[in-house]
Design a protein around this ligand. Sequence first.
Ligand code: NAD
Length: 499
Amino acid sequence: MHGPTTAPGGLPPACDFTVFGGTGDLALRKLLPALYLRDREGQLPADTRIVGVSRSDHDQAAYREEVRAALLEHVDADRLDDAALDRMLARLHHVTLDVNGSEGWHELHGLLKDRARHEDTVRVFYLAVAPGLFGSICRRLDEIGAADANARVVVEKPVGHDLASAQAVNDAVGEVFEESQIFRIDHYLGKESVQNLLVTRFANTFLEPLWNSHWVDHVQITVAESLGVGDRGGYYDHAGALRDMVQNHLLQLLCLVAMEPPTYVGGETVRDEKLKVLQALKPMTPADVDRDTVRGRYDAGLVGGAAVASYADDLGHDQSDTETFVALKAEVHNWRWAGVPFYLRTGKRLDRRTSEIVVVFKEPPHAMFPHSEGGSTPNRLHIQVQPDEGMRLHLTAKEPGPGGIRLRPVSLDLSYATAFAQASPDAYERLLMDVIKGNPTLFMRRDEVEAAWAWVEPILTRWAASPDRPRRYPAGTTGPIAAATLLERDGRTWQESDS
Ligand code: NAD
């Protein structure tokens, strides 16, 4: 199968962007606002149509009204303007179709064929529906002749529930589409600060000599949410924090910190290097899982001063052993990182919402200021992924003044908002444009997804067999005490963002 009609990185002359699940939460809250905002900036191909596919009995006018309401709700008021709204709404079509049925496909086919420049049109199929439907959608697209070389398919997480089911999803999609046509989204990779991590590492020289086991003591990656499971309890209870967050977002962040410099950033090079990191993760034995992982589950508590319910109450029963918190210690067994622990943690109903990476450097090899007041603290590079994207380098400085040396912690701060005086685009804005342009760098390749599952699976297996249950933590805290003990045992502590 040949690639699209445009060079990678270039904008095609025409695009049909079809969203399966076009009336769903993801489409209305994220995808369509992202397309609107790029359209407003004049970045969509002029000849673009957006086709919502769902079971809803909408005609075109009703769908346009639903999308208009969603844009008014989910786009900042200062970025809404009538001309851009009208242009976006005029691009919209709706096809009523049950993916499992045979009706409606003919209409979709007719719509997609009914355009000038058919041969030059990039066709994106965004599967914003349950993964169980991916296979039949792809087969149907193939049957109606829509899965040709100009087609791309975007797959949302979760890709599978474990290694075997991920392979089954990948097989089903791969039967119809070539790997180069499949875009597996991890929206973390579209965040500005995550992309800036690559630029910081590879467009500057000062970090690279330090970025290894000689100078780095350990790395911490935290993705904390203050929200509970809300009305997604049914879905979440089948997943849990390890599947929902660690297998994808946290391991992707770990890869970007740990990967070797590729020859250039683009195409397959970044994905090749990320895969090597996943393959270098030390597999966990049952004894490792018992020692190096902590799972937790929130009880009732206070978040931001408001009383919130326990996981059991959110779920509506107390029969579940699903974890809403994970902390673990991972090791990357390669030349650069041997002996450097990577501590990961994520949870719901924690004391704050934050995603951050902290690289903690080693202590100076020799104490040079024996009579000083105050000690030196290890240097830390703190990368704030969200909110308030930025970067902070923690140093030790001399407090000005006579009468001896007083050592004080100080920091060099880079805030995106002040340095660039412009709002960062939402991750989906970047990622959807990359799909339209055919740039796969920020998407997960099949081998990456499966390598991540292969590493996570022994943890799931051991947890399922273990008599231990998730440890309870009050909502509004930093998680179970055992998560702190995991580091204290190694003589370390979690670096909280304001510490
Ligand atoms: P949703 O329940 O809000 O919407 C589902 C959409 O799919 C609706 O438009 C519905 O009409 C359509 N649909 C369902 N079954 C169908 C069928 N048989 N035939 C045709 N259309 C059908 O779900 P959502 O929250 O939008 O999530 C969609 C997918 O994206 C899920 O797999 C979810 O795990 C994933 N996801 C969602 C989010 C999010 O923020 N909502 C984030 C990441 C991943």
